[in-house]
Design a protein around this ligand. Structure first.
Ligand SMILES: Nc1ncnc2c1ncn2[C@@H]1O[C@H](COP(=O)(O)OP(=O)(O)OP(=O)(O)O)[C@@H](O)[C@H]1O
Ligand SMILES: [Mg+2]
Length: 251
């Protein structure tokens, strides 16, 4: 085994859901910030594909040391920019230890989903409300079908419970609903006042223990299971190739 094989390979992580307003951009920003606590910021690239530019605007203001690329995927330029996005991901795939986080717009774009299906991992934020869970479940079903059709374990699908009311301990409804799908449930992120403060320009967050705790825990989870490849081991060891692991059981 040479040095190169010991190092972590580059990984692309899409943040996606057909449903709007579930926290895709917030998770993209906060995940990049959390990972930058443990990884050199030059190893992290965030690609903002949403014309709204939320991620670009706020992450460049809060963490200018993290690389950000703005590649809007709009119906008018869909083909050109998806090809560009594909090129960016490919370029970064040659850099060992590099993490590419891609924030995506709400809605459906078959070409974009085809690209998402080629990635390493998809983080799917959703609240516990049926208004979010129903479209989230159908999104997961369509991603699952693609994986099953090609008999592939990638991308790992990770559901990220977001905007969870304080004190909520019971995730059984969600876990039950997703139990027939090939997904992992990541650690929950609560409905945080500090997220609203962040968008009002309070980028520090060090005095806010709740946000530091929730996004810190989420970053640790991604670091262990995605960046360091623990999910691969779970798949590898699993006899039936199914990785339904409710990680947030004890949150
Ligand atoms: N954990 C959280 N706590 C409190 N507010 C949150 C949380 N996550 C997201 N929000 C708020 O929810 C709203 C939508 O979040 P965000 O823009 O990240 O969603 P999105 O999925 O990217 O939306 P879009 O589909 O429009 O791109 C924002 O006002 C954001 O401040
Ligand atoms: Mg967004």
């Amino acid at each position: 085994m040479n040095d190169f094989s010991i190092k972590e390979s580059a990984k692309s992580i899409f943040i996606a859901n057909v449903k709007g307003g579930v926290g895709k951009s917030t998770l993209s920003i906060m995940l990049a910030r959390a990972l930058a606590c443990n990884l050199p910021p030059q190893n992290i690239t965030v690609i903002d594909t949403d014309l709204q530019r939320t991620t670009t605007e706020f992450l460049s203001a809060s963490n200018p040391e993290i690389n950000i690329e703005f590649v809007p995927i709009t119906p008018a330029f869909e083909n050109t920019n998806i090809a560009l996005l594909q090129q960016f991901i490919k370029q970064n795939s040659f850099k060992n230890g590099h993490i590419v986080i891609i924030d995506t717009p709400a809605g459906t774009s078959q070409r974009l989903w085809n690209l998402v299906a080629e990635s390493y991992c998809v983080l799917i934020p959703t609240s516990l409300s049926n208004a979010d869970l129903a479209p989230t479940e159908s999104f997961i079903k369509s991603m699952d079908k693609v994986k099953a059709r090609y008999n592939q374990v990638y991308p790992h699908l990770v559901v990220c419970p977001n905007k969870i009311p304080f004190g909520q301990k019971d995730y059984s409804t969600m876990a039950k609903r997703l139990s027939n799908h090939d997904v992992v449930i990541g650690p929950a992120i609560r409905d945080l006042a500090s997220v609203r403060h962040f968008y009002n320009g309070n980028y520090k967050m060090n005095q806010s223990e709740n946000a530091t705790e929730d996004f810190g825990r989420f970053g640790d989870f991604v670091n262990k299971f995605v960046v360091k490849g623990e999910l691969d081991k779970i798949y590898h060891d699993s006899k039936n190739n199914l990785n339904v692991v409710p990680f947030s059981k004890n949150n």
